[in-house]
Each structure stands twice: as C-alpha cells, then as structure tokens.
Write a protein that binds this ligand. Sequence first.
Ligand SMILES: Cc1cc2nc3c(=O)[nH]c(=O)nc-3n(C[C@H](O)[C@H](O)[C@H](O)COP(=O)(O)OP(=O)(O)OC[C@H]3O[C@@H](n4cnc5c(N)ncnc54)[C@H](O)[C@@H]3O)c2cc1C
Length: 416
Amino acid sequence: MKVLVLGAGVIGVSTAYYLAKDGHDVTVIDRQPQAGLETSYANGGQISASHAMPWAAPDSPKLMLKWLGRNDAPLLFHMRLDPAQWAWSLRFLVNCRPGRFRENTAKNLRLALYSRSLMTNIRAETDFAYDRRGLGILQIFRQQKNLDRAALIAEELGGMGSRSMVLDEEETKLLEPALENSSDRIIGSIHTPEDESGDAYMFTIGLAEAAATLGVTFRYGETVTSIGTSGQHITDVTTDAGIYSADAVVLCLGSYSTLLAKSAGVKIPIYPTKGYSITLPVNGSNAVPSISLTDEDNRLVFSRLGDRLRVAGMAEFNGYDTEMNESRARMIVDVTRAMFPQAGDYNQVEFWTGLRPLTPDGVPILGRARYDNFYLNTGHGTLGWTMAAGSARITADLISCTTPEIDLPAYSATRF
Ligand SMILES: Cc1cc2nc3c(=O)[nH]c(=O)nc-3n(C[C@H](O)[C@H](O)[C@H](O)COP(=O)(O)OP(=O)(O)OC[C@H]3O[C@@H](n4cnc5c(N)ncnc54)[C@H](O)[C@@H]3O)c2cc1C
C-alpha cells in the first residue's frame, strides 16, 4: 500500500519505520530540513512509562490557581481570546476528576509499557546510538508527605505492571551519589528500574536512517498546506511543493495536527503547551547525575546524555508561541546549579523551547478518523518518546489489517 506520513518527529518516523517493515511504500513529508527538529529535538530524554500519569489530575486545578499570575510558577496559563483554548481548558478540568484520572493513567500506562518493550526490539533490529541509559528513573522528594502520596500512586501503578521501589535518604544517595552535593535535602525517592533515558533527537534521526534503508522516502523542506477529501476518502495532500496522493494518510504533525486535520473537516483538541530545556556540557565527574531524575517539587526532569546534562520542564499555555522567556529559562539553570553545583560548565548552557501536543485528558489520539484512509497518531503531550514505538506499531497494524496488541477505541478521537 502507498502510505503518506505527515510529520517527521519521533512519532512520524517511528510510524514510517513500522509501516516499511510491514512492506508498505512509505513517503514522509516534513517542513524541516531533517527529522526531529521540532518538539522531538531537546526534550527531557526520558522513557518514563512508570510516570504515565496525565497532567489532568485531581490536585491540578488547586495547583494552577496557586500558580496563577506567578512568573516563577512551573505552569503559566495565558488567557487568550481563543475559543479553542477555553474549550480545551474546560475539557481538561473535567478530566481532573479522580475517576477520569485513573482511567486516563491506565490507558497511558498500557501504551507506554507496550512501547517500552518495543524499544528493546528496535535496538535489536538497528545499530544506531542515542546516548541511552538503562538505569531507570529516580523520582526524588524533599518532603515526606509528598513521598508518601507518590508511593501510594506507585503502588497502584504496580498493579498495572509498573515496577517501583521506595528508597529512603541513604538508599537514594547510594543509588545517585551526585545528590550528595544538592543544597536541598532529598529525603527519599521512588526508583522505577525498568524506565530508561536517552537523546530523543538522536533516536529520531537514527530511526529515520533505518527507515530510509528499508525504502522510506523522506521529503524534507515541504510544508503541508491542506488535505483534500471526497466523500469518505482522503484524495490528496497538498504541500508548498506539490500534490501527493496515497492509499492511506497518517497525521503525525504534533501540535500542528489540529490545523491540518481541520482542513479535512476533522476536529481534534490538541493544545500546544510550551516547555523549556537546558543542555550543558558535563565534566565527567561523579558530581553529575548518572540516573535520570524526576524532581516533582520543581517539575523538572534531568537526563545525562553522554557528555551532556539535559534538564527539562515548565509549561506555558500561550498558543503557538515558542519565544524563550529568559527569566524562566534561567530558573532551570538556577535549580540545576543548586542541585549539582559542580556538574559542568554553566557558562555554556544551550536553551530550547518546544510545544508539547497536549490533549485535555493527556492521552494520545490514535486510529482511523472520519475517512476510510485517514489515520491519526498524534497528541502525545508530555510522553511522546515514551509512547512512540507503541503508537507507531498500533498504527501500522491498523493499516496492515493486523489486530493491534492494544485495544484502539480507548485512544480514538471520538472520545471527545
Ligand atoms: C520540555 C519538554 C520535555 C519533554 N520531555 C519528554 C520526555 O522526557 N519523555 C517523553 O516521552 N516526552 C517528552 N516530551 C514530549 C515529547 O517531546 C513530544 O510528545 C514528542 O516530541 C512529540 O512528537 P511528535 O512527532 O508528535 O511532534 P514533533 O516532534 O513536533 O513532530 C512534528 C513534525 O511535524 C512537522 N510539521 C508540523 N507542521 C507541518 C506542516 N504543516 N507541514 C510539514 N511538516 C510539519 C514538524 O516540522 C515536526 O517535525 C517533552 C516535551 C517538552 C516540550
């Protein structure tokens, strides 16, 4: 079958890889000169299946109110004259209800665990490096009550297949000696040993090369402008360089999926949520964390990527704006320096922002939509790399008429 994949982020590239393995004739279109240059470029670097909880959580409304109007808050909500933003926010609030939170967590966890298991196969099938570390993820805490609450959630996730261990202060520092230098006292942690970390961009370009070897054509530097339809069928995809037709079209345009889906009359509630990362060269000493960390108090994640340290976090709801708010970016540097003062060269920090394609329930959108040959694989929000392989395998299964390992209706756009 001739398949067009729109978007060469980690989701589009993974989709193209599995489609090519199934024997399809695949073309990927992306506006950038290379794969992985937008949101998949400098993310937190975690394969965090055990942290699959959506942001729409029971305590989120209270936290958001507390943070309202504070420039130093991990989450900034800029109210805009934008009905899409208001509608999205209402849906987000509905999904903060405890029952919905549990349901959405279970959906994410199922997909993320499946995805993490497929990463092992991808590594066996290919031979590119991406600064991978298989040491798990350590979620660190400064207050006992927060650790106790997280331990309860971890126990619940344990029943769904996510393995974790609660560690006290001494055990935490034994596992990650770099925390000895932190200005704050870390009183304990939760270790999820099967999680991983690495460089999502290196992974994306490595997998794009593997896909090209399998016969995938990449059309870079082309912007998709519209999707043409007739009756129940997608007829063509128009770019600024030409018109394409195919037997099937897969939409993987991250935060921009909403705009292009709309041109085909399909509504999907994805809102761009700006995040920040910093990357600094490290000095190789044991003052640098070697295990990937999640710091819930500061809403930051830390991943050692070869001879670099990546720190990512923050959330801003402000449309498609990708501008760097310097004072917010500096806050990440300050927290990192306080925790790991001798980690590396803080004068050589690289800053980055990217737009998480976030759905109101925090669950991605997968499956066929409205037309008999139109497929969605998008809206992965905070967990795009974590869920990329699984979402791509499921999408390829659907197109190849194979029964997917995970039930698709739970991820369908019709849930909205
Ligand atoms: C600060 C931050 C930290 C994060 N940390 C993690 C983490 O630790 N672990 C994790 O799993 N996830 C993390 N994420 C989320 C993850 O990075 C995203 O979910 C993932 O990258 C989304 O991939 P994508 O392929 O859907 O989107 P993208 O990578 O944005 O790819 C979409 C592609 O579509 C192309 N495109 C868009 N519009 C058009 C058009 N009109 N024509 C042609 N091409 C177009 C773009 O050029 C782009 O290449 C983080 C995100 C951020 C912002």
